[in-house]
Unconditional design. Structure first.
Length: 299
């Protein structure tokens, strides 16, 4: 795990391997930073903030990256498809439904679930400082931790999931697909802190909504954290959300609803008493609040 501690006199070998894969630093530098900062993520951050250079394209082996792509590429296509993705996951030791694959898809600019273009594969591996299966495997814990705990990064990956999972030619995301990805992402973000309850005025909704339409990855997530974490969104609210969508008979989820739901989750109080129906929330969210107040809070 990224947050694992170790004795200062003996650097954890797995952490050392991950640090080397991400930074391209020397073993001596890696040990010095890990011994000083104790935790992998702070050690990596400190290395780069103090002038260390992430492995550049020049120091990575493009031929190795290309060979790795060819290893999984479909013989009748110029992409890695579902079969190759399944073999890739087996070799990486990750489940096909592991949420970290959504972060990988975002980094590699995957065109669709289970598919990878060569351009995205090469640029994605280089941006992560990887040129081998081992270095990619060692980077996954860092991506998983970042996705769980970093609100802007969570928002970027979450927003990218909408076009990634949407059927070609469709404007909305099928309800079954949306719920499946919400079941992965919402609990993950809640447990790791990316969806931590914050204090935010509804007057910011218009600005955020505009930003979402202009740039799927440009989302302002810098609100003040709430001191009342127990009264925010919880697992039961996710269950209510799913129940409402089924009762409503929704067939699909719009991009607007998809993108605004995390901000609603982060800012709403547990009893929905602070919801402002005059703010710029999607109508589906307004309808959900009204339904929950009628069916759940008055029950």
């Amino acid at each position: 795990m990224v947050g694992r501690c170790w004795n200062s006199s003996r650097v954890n070998l797995q952490a050392l391997s991950q640090f080397l894969a991400v930074t391209g630093a020397s073993s001596k530098e890696a040990r010095r930073y890990l011994e000083k900062y104790k935790l992998l993520e702070p050690a990596i951050d400190a290395y780069f903030s103090e002038g260390g250079l992430r492995r550049s394209g020049a120091s990575l082996s493009t031929s190795s990256i290309n060979a790795l792509f060819d290893r999984y590429k479909d013989s009748e296509s110029d992409e890695i498809t579902e079969d190759g993705t399944e073999r890739l996951c087996q070799d990486l030791g990750v489940d096909l439904e592991d949420v970290v694959l959504l972060a990988v898809a975002y980094e590699f600019k995957s065109p669709h679930i289970g598919r990878w273009s060569k351009k995205g594969w090469v640029s994605g591996l280089k941006s992560l400082g990887c040129d081998s299966l081992d270095s990619l495997r060692n980077t996954l814990p860092r991506l998983r931790d970042k996705l769980a705990s970093d609100p802007p990064y969570f928002a970027a990956v979450y927003n990218y999931t909408f076009p990634l999972a949407r059927e070609e030619g469709q404007r909305s995301l099928a309800l079954d697909a949306a719920m499946a990805y919400w079941e992965l992402l919402i609990p993950f973000g809640l447990s790791g802190g990316a969806l931590k309850h914050v204090s935010s005025s509804s007057s910011n909704v218009d600005i955020r909504r505009e930003n979402n339409h202009c740039n799927d990855t440009d989302v302002d997530m810098e609100d003040e954290e709430s001191d009342d974490d127990g009264n925010g969104w919880s697992e039961k609210h996710t269950e209510w959300w799913f129940e409402f969508l089924r009762v409503k008979g929704s067939k699909g989820v719009s991009k607007d609803t998809w993108q605004m739901l995390p901000e609603f989750i982060r800012t709403i109080d547990g009893k929905f008493e602070q919801h402002d129906a005059t703010a710029a929330w999607p109508s589906t969210i307004d309808d959900f609040v009204a339904w929950a107040k009628e069916k759940k809070f008055r029950a």
